[in-house]
Design a protein around this ligand. Structure first.
Ligand code: CA
Length: 232
């Protein structure tokens, strides 16, 4: 019995499919392939993959529809693979429960980093709560129980909202959170979806956390989509 991590590639373009298949196999994963949406939906229950790479542009069923279908009963990480310029679709996919996205064309190191980070998160979230009460990233430490943020041992004074934003991103480190998702989490479901207030807060957070706010090393902006706290 193979104990390798199973990754289902859902992709109709043979060239990309082969590229993904070979790269994953060479890096110790056990890849499986579905060439369309129907195949994907029938393979998932029988093969139980540990992660799914889902192309949004499939010939039979729209990728977003597949995602919607899967999220009713399937908790495994899903990484969306999409073309450049499909920001709206990516946002929609992330809000519907995709874990991450990767934009074509991409390199193997980027793909593998996304895969590792999604798998790590899905393993962590299956641990009992309370095991991740301290978040550490480079000089940044967040103590969720004490609600304190320190940078190289020095306490950083954040407003309540700033703390909420930083801890929200840290709890999903490595994952991009959409503007709408963040606004709902921080200000509640009835808040007006205005990205400006998020931007203003982020500028203040960066002034407090980043050595050079123009080149952030903790929180990256995903243009047109949202923000991501880096994971390592
Ligand atoms: Ca395609």
């Amino acid at each position: 019995m193979s104990k390798k991590i199973k990754i289902l590639i859902v992709e109709d373009e043979p060239a990309i499919c082969n590229f993904l298949y070979t790269s994953l196999k060479m890096n110790g994963y056990y890849p499986l392939v579905a060439k369309n949406g129907k195949e994907a939906l029938s393979m998932i229950p029988s093969h139980c993959p540990d992660l799914v790479l889902l192309d949004l542009g499939l010939p039979d069923i729209d990728g977003i529809q597949i995602l919607e279908e899967l999220r009713h009963w399937f908790n495994t990480p899903i990484i969306i693979v999409s073309a450049r310029g499909q920001e709206e679709e990516k946002v929609c996919a992330l809000d519907m429960g995709a874990d991450d996205y990767i934009t074509k064309p991409f390199g193997i190191p980027e793909l593998l980093a996304r895969v590792r980070s999604s798998l790590r998160r899905s393993m962590k979230s299956s641990l009992p709560s309370g095991q991740n009460e301290i978040f550490r990233l480079k000089d940044l430490t967040i103590d969720f129980a004490k609600r304190t943020v320190t940078l190289a041992g020095e306490e950083v004074h954040l407003t309540q909202i700033e703390y909420k934003i930083v801890s929200l991103l840290a709890k999903s480190a490595g994952r991009v959170l959409t503007y709408d998702h963040m606004i709902t989490e921080i200000w509640g479901p009835y808040a007006i979806k205005d990205n400006q207030i998020l931007r203003v807060n982020m500028a203040n957070i960066r002034r407090k956390l980043e050595k050079n706010p123009a080149e952030p090393q903790y929180i990256h902006t995903e243009v047109g989509i949202g923000y991501r706290m880096i994971a390592e």
